[in-house]
Design a binder for this molecule. Structure first.
Ligand SMILES: Nc1ncnc2c1ncn2[C@@H]1O[C@H](COP(=O)(O)OP(=O)(O)OP(=O)(O)O)[C@@H](O)[C@H]1O
Ligand SMILES: O=P(O)(O)OC[C@H]1O[C@H](OP(=O)(O)OP(=O)(O)O)[C@H](O)[C@@H]1O
Ligand SMILES: [Mg+2]
Length: 281
């Protein structure tokens, strides 16, 4: 059985379980469950703190896991990213009072509060900056108000938490994070693991693309094809009405309205868009 680590709570948990469900896997129905076996797919899911997932996978006790890129780097575990799952997007940044530290060059000698000490210490070493890292578990923005630190290094999604604490970011992000699939560094993926990755990739593609179908005069097909080249090439079928063809092609969801307008102006009609529920490319 393939053993997979899934976030049990927090910012990534719901989206991770949703994506696995979309990929055809059984997921727990009770948020208190710690394990969920999916017998038909020969796979077992373990619900763990996202912070611990890279450790379980790096040690080889679990085969693969879903966690955040920032958590993977922070852990220092011998695990590697294999797929970016395109949710849980956030940046990891330094912030301080606006009248205090405002560049990474000024960090030396300061106290930096963070729940990601591994990530921050590695980054400071790369910058060649010597500063004190204060390890906290959360709500790190309060550390400045309470006099425990001068700088925080934390996850920023909307920036609302920093604003509320009267802090401003400075410098470039230490990291751009999102949810990723990790496996033990250098481990060869077994067939079941490849199947899981293929299914997740199918979900990513199904979310990014839609299926576009339209009718167009055959004489305009070359121009229509350049608007909708699809992945390999558009599917073209004859219509009963002579001189016309029916076309189907996958297009990026974000481009679909512009492409529909251009097809209509070209002379295409009966232009329809449908969602893709699942796919293997
Ligand atoms: N708004 C957000 N707040 C916190 N983490 C976020 C956010 N958006 C994305 N993430 C990502 O989620 C992961 C952290 O999840 P985790 O469950 O450990 O923290 P959490 O959601 O703050 O939960 P908790 O504070 O209860 O531990 C990181 O990879 C982080 O980049
Ligand atoms: O940029 P924002 O959209 O405000 O999101 C980022 C904030 O959310 C998280 O905190 P959380 O509420 O999880 O509390 P915690 O610090 O205790 O983890 C994170 O640690 C930041 O503080
Ligand atoms: Mg948190």
């Amino acid at each position: 059985m393939l053993r997979v680590a899934v976030p049990n709570k927090g910012a990534l948990a719901e989206s991770a379980a949703g994506m696995l469900r979309e990929a055809g896997y059984r997921q727990r129905t009770d948020p208190k469950d710690l394990v969920c076996r999916d017998e038909p797919n020969d796979i077992e899911f373990f619900y763990l703190r996202p912070k611990d997932i890279a450790t379980y996978v790096g040690s080889g006790d679990l085969d693969v896991g879903i966690t955040g890129r920032d958590l993977l780097v922070d852990s220092g575990a011998p695990a590697e990213e294999v797929v970016d799952l395109n949710f849980g997007r956030a940046t990891f940044r330094f912030a301080a009072r606006p009248d205090d530290v405002d560049s990474v060059q000024q960090l030396g000698g300061h106290r930096i509060a963070t729940a990601y000490p591994g990530l921050v210490e590695r980054h400071l070493a790369e910058l060649g900056v010597k500063a004190e890292v204060i390890r906290l578990d959360g709500a790190v923005e309060n550390a400045i108000r309470l006099g425990v630190a001068d700088v925080v290094a934390d996850v920023v999604e909307t920036g609302a938490t920093l604003r509320q604490a009267g802090l401003v970011v400075f410098g470039e992000p230490l990291l751009r994070s999102s949810a990723v699939v990790v496996r033990r560094a250098g481990a060869a993926g077994c067939a079941q693991q490849e199947q899981l990755l293929r299914r997740l990739h199918g979900v990513l593609v199904a979310r990014r693309y839609v299926m576009l179908a339209y009718d167009v005069p055959a004489g305009l097909m070359d121009r229509a094809s350049s608007l909708t080249p699809g992945i390999e090439s558009p599917t073209v079928s004859p219509l009963h009405r002579e001189g016309w063809v029916a076309v189907q092609a996958m297009v990026l969801r974000e481009d679909v309205h512009r492409i529909m307008d251009e097809l209509y102006e070209l002379g295409a009609r009966a232009i329809l868009v449908t969602n893709i529920h699942a796919c293997r490319l």
